[in-house]
Design a protein around this ligand. Structure first.
Ligand SMILES: Cc1cc2nc3c(=O)[nH]c(=O)nc-3n(C[C@H](O)[C@H](O)[C@H](O)COP(=O)(O)OP(=O)(O)OC[C@H]3O[C@@H](n4cnc5c(N)ncnc54)[C@H](O)[C@@H]3O)c2cc1C
Length: 520
């Protein structure tokens, strides 16, 4: 077998997985049934956690340069400007990327595709997975090739990143539980002018629904997402022009359209696969979960699925960890999807409810409460952590262990370790911790005590140790995020805390590695 992992699907999830596996030395093959990358932009919001992951891939600066930072949102209620919600840098001190970046899915896929090519790996387009059989030590995949012939390949692992209609999910007989929403969305990519506030997200709330206008890169370039009025639903031949009367009524008569680059309608489902892992196959991204686009989480969640699985699968493929390690992918990511589905469903129900009372609340009460609440630092912090996906944690994971009582509001096992600026040498410069983390290895961070002299032998070349000296700058930074002294944190390659404790016990760290990760 000359391939370790067959990645099915070259959307954002598959491209991220292929990149992460390839940079960890895994032999990857990535296929897609389409002839080339999708040209429609679909998802628009790139969250801070995604940009943190992009920075390890070396594409964060390009993404930021290509996109537009969402500085704020203006809420319009029944045609009247109701409130301005400042977004700006609401995540300062939480992430080096403290904002929401507006950057289309097509641009994200292009950056990820370029990064893959730079590693000497290309997507095999026009190649469709049509059959699959699992064995104890391999999967046999039947592929339909570009010349319409079929061939069989044997691979140890197969990752289904093949979208909402996943063939991998269906061929494994995994249920996709949930239902469609009754509403039909439309999305249009436009060159237009009007009375909307420039450079910010414009949210138009009506008793009967909503329109979102995203500022895009380029002059007068906007993306509109909205709900199709009932009289336009159920039509395959619908054109953008037919939505203009409703748009003018809800967004303003001054709207003038110079060009429509893309128009599409789509029905949304909220569904989750019953399992994310079946023997030698995995489901990631839309193949595992779909939900309403409210909150801009879909694409970002798929990217994080891939980031979570990649380091585990790479360790297993290289023989450094036991196969059981990959079970934690489902243990960790399925609850994240559950939570996301519940949250987006609740929010979506408020945004689209036909009830008179909810409509009144949406147009009269909600804009004012949101604008007021988001001016307070505590609400900003909670909102940012939730939407930016920096607050995702795996506290109940079998990989999360704590050896001491740590402060309630500080980092715990399973959490993404906070972003800090620290002195790593007594008289050295203040450095960005994230810039020092190598996401292909484990990192042992030791605060206020000596690191073990010989490192942690069980980690071998898979680990780095940083002893953070006692220093007033460091003390202030640690106090800010409630990290006590002495303490230590063993970070997994994906930046989440695996093991945490107070006084460093090297034997306990070794035990954690051999028992939880089954290194050897
Ligand atoms: C119109 C529209 C607007 C959207 N807007 C937003 C938004 O604003 N915000 C947001 O977060 N999300 C949005 N989404 C959702 C977002 O696009 C998805 O969450 C995201 O594309 C998921 O990425 P993925 O890689 O998991 O799956 P996909 O992007 O669906 O990629 C799956 C890939 O697998 C390939 N494939 C499928 N079956 C096979 C097979 N058998 N063999 C080989 N290849 C196969 C497909 O060709 C495809 O390239 C939108 C979706 C749509 C359709």
């Amino acid at each position: 077998m000359d391939t370790d992992v067959l990645v099915v699907g070259a959307g954002p999830t598959g491209l991220m997985l292929a990149n992460q596996l390839a940079r960890r030395g895994v032999r990857v093959r990535i296929i897609d049934r389409h002839a080339g990358p999708a040209r429609e932009s679909r998802a628009l919001g790139v969250q801070a956690r995604t940009l943190e992951i992009y920075s390890h891939l070396g594409i964060a600066d390009q993404a930021v340069a290509l996109g537009k930072k969402a500085d704020g949102a203006v809420l319009w209620a029944e045609g009247r400007r109701a409130a301005r919600v400042p977004l700006g840098d609401i995540g300062r001190d939480v992430s080096p990327y403290p904002y929401l970046l507006v950057l289309g899915q097509d641009d994200n896929e292009r950056l990820l595709g370029d990064a893959l090519r730079a590693r000497g790996l290309a997507v095999q387009w026009n190649t469709e997975l049509v059959g699959l059989a699992q064995d104890t030590d391999h999967v046999t995949a039947t592929l339909k090739n570009s010349d319409a012939t079929t061939s069989e390949v044997r691979v140890p692992w197969l990752a289904g990143c093949d979208g909402a209609r996943s063939t991998v999910r269906e061929l494994n007989g995994i249920a996709f539980e949930g239902a469609p929403y009754q509403h039909v969305f439309f999305v249009a990519d436009l060159q237009m002018t009007g009375s909307m506030a420039p450079e910010v997200l414009n949210v138009y709330l009506w008793r009967t629904g909503f329109h979102l206008l995203f500022p895009m890169r380029g002059t007068d370039h906007w993306r509109i997402v909205g709900i199709l009025p009932p009289h336009l639903r159920g039509r395959d031949d619908l054109t953008f022009e037919e939505t203009i009367p409703t748009l003018r009524h809800e967004v303003g008569n001054e709207l003038s359209f110079q060009a429509c680059n893309w128009f599409s309608t789509y029905r949304i489902h909220h569904r989750r696969a019953a399992r994310f892992h079946d023997r030698r196959c995995f489901l990631l991204g839309d193949a595992a979960h779909v939900h309403s686009p409210v909150g801009g989480q879909g694409m970002n969640t798929g990217l994080q699925d891939a980031y979570n699985l990649a380091w585990k699968l790479a360790l297993v493929v290289s023989g450094r960890a036991g196969a059981a390690l990959v079970h934690s992918y489902e243990d960790e990511r399925l609850p994240v999807a559950n939570h996301l589905l519940k949250r987006t469903d609740r929010l979506f129900s408020i945004v689209v409810s036909d009830s008179w009372l909810v409509g009144l609340c949406r147009t009269r009460v909600m804009p004012k409460i949101m604008a007021l609440a988001l001016r307070t630092a505590a609400v900003q912090r909670i909102a940012f952590r939730t939407i930016s996906q920096t607050g995702i944690r795996y506290r109940r994971s079998p990989l999360s262990q704590e050896l001491a009582d740590l402060p309630e509001d500080g980092p715990h096992a399973g959490d993404r370790f906070p972003w800090l600026r620290l002195k790593f040498q007594a008289n050295g410069p203040v450095e960005d911790l994230y810039g020092k983390l190598d996401d292909t290895r484990f990192t042992l961070l030791v605060f206020g005590q000596a690191a073990p002299r010989g490192g942690i032998p069980e980690l071998g070349d898979q680990g780095r140790v940083h002893e953070v000296p006692i220093d007033p700058t460091n003390d202030r930074e640690l106090a800010r995020v409630r990290i006590p002294r002495p303490s230590f944190f063993l970070l997994r390659p994906d930046g989440h805390v695996g093991l945490a404790g107070a006084a460093l016990d090297a034997a306990a760290v070794s035990r954690y590695i051999s028992e939880r990760l089954r290194f050897g």
